[in-house]
Write a protein that binds this ligand. Structure first.
Ligand code: MF3
Ligand code: CO
Ligand code: CO
Length: 257
């Protein structure tokens, strides 16, 4: 199969879906309050996605039951929204939304927090955001996928954090998970070469302690740090353009070249 080069028509469709996913992450900010369950947030996200003519890609994906992933504190990724998980001050969490609009996929996530959080937690969140941005800055025609992981892991390690290597970014757009796997650790100028029209996610998961994760035996999805320390993640869907990149899921305008 190899890495799909998207046509202009496909790019336009993927951009539209990606923008909807990005707007869902902005919309949900208004509902984040102490005492709210992650299932309530998930229901609001699902309604928003469907009201905009799209489908939540995660619902039913390999048996995953919900419209978003909401991963609190030591949960690295794939936290299943639940009526039993209630937000409280001091929590940090990632919300990950993937939309299917007119058959096209957009995938993005960001960090949220409630009330006072520790300086260490805030630092981890800020450093993770910077890791994603360093990865994104490596994207241009002729660059290599290994440069993304190199830039991310060098910075994370300099800040005293570890990089999760058991979950990766991925090609996206026509399907949920396409080639290539986008690793968040790597060596310079290794891996496939980037070409205009490629679309993939960059979604580093950065841990305060050890990098290893463990998937919950009971639900089969929730991945936690093995040491119970905090984890953070940001994700954008990125297009390789003729001159560099476009962050398709960005709705804040901060990546305009
Ligand atoms: N959106 C996630 C990603 O970034 C994938 C979630 S798959 C699920 O790749 F089944 F856990 F929802
Ligand atoms: Co993804
Ligand atoms: Co995602």
């Amino acid at each position: 199969m190899g890495i799909i080069i998207k046509t202009p028509e496909q790019i336009a469709g993927i951009r539209k879906s990606s923008q909807l996913a990005g707007h869902a992450l902005e919309m949900i900010k208004g509902f984040i309050k102490e005492g709210v369950s992650t299932e309530t947030l998930d229901n609001i996200i699902e309604e928003y996605i469907r009201d905009h003519g799209a489908i939540p890609a995660t619902k039913g994906y390999n048996g995953y039951p919900k419209s978003s992933c909401i991963s609190l504190n030591e949960v690295v990724c794939h936290g299943i929204p639940s009526p039993d998980i209630i937000l409280k001050p001091g929590d940090i969490f990632n919300i990950d939304v993937t939309t299917i609009l007119d058959g096209y996929y957009g995938d993005t996530s960001k960090m949220y927090w409630l009330g006072e959080i520790t300086p260490k937690a805030k630092q981890l969140i800020d450093d993770t955001y910077h890791c994603m941005n360093l990865g994104i800055q490596q994207v241009k025609p002729g660059s290599y996928f290994g440069n993304i992981g190199f830039a991310i892991s060098r910075y994370a390690q300099a800040k005293g954090h570890s990089v999760v290597y058991e979950f990766c970014g991925h090609g996206v757009g026509i399907d949920f998970h396409e080639e290539p796997q986008v690793e968040h650790t790597g060596r310079r100028n290794t891996g496939p070469m980037m070409k205009p029209g490629m679309i993939f996610t960059i979604e580093p998961m950065i841990n305060e302690g050890k990098s290893r994760t463990k998937v919950d035996k009971h639900d089969g999805w929730t991945a936690r740090t093995i040491d119970g320390k905090l984890s953070a993640q940001y994700e954008h869907t990125i297009l390789v353009t003729e001159t560099g990149f476009e962050a398709l899921t960005d709705v804040t305008g901060e990546y305009s070249e």
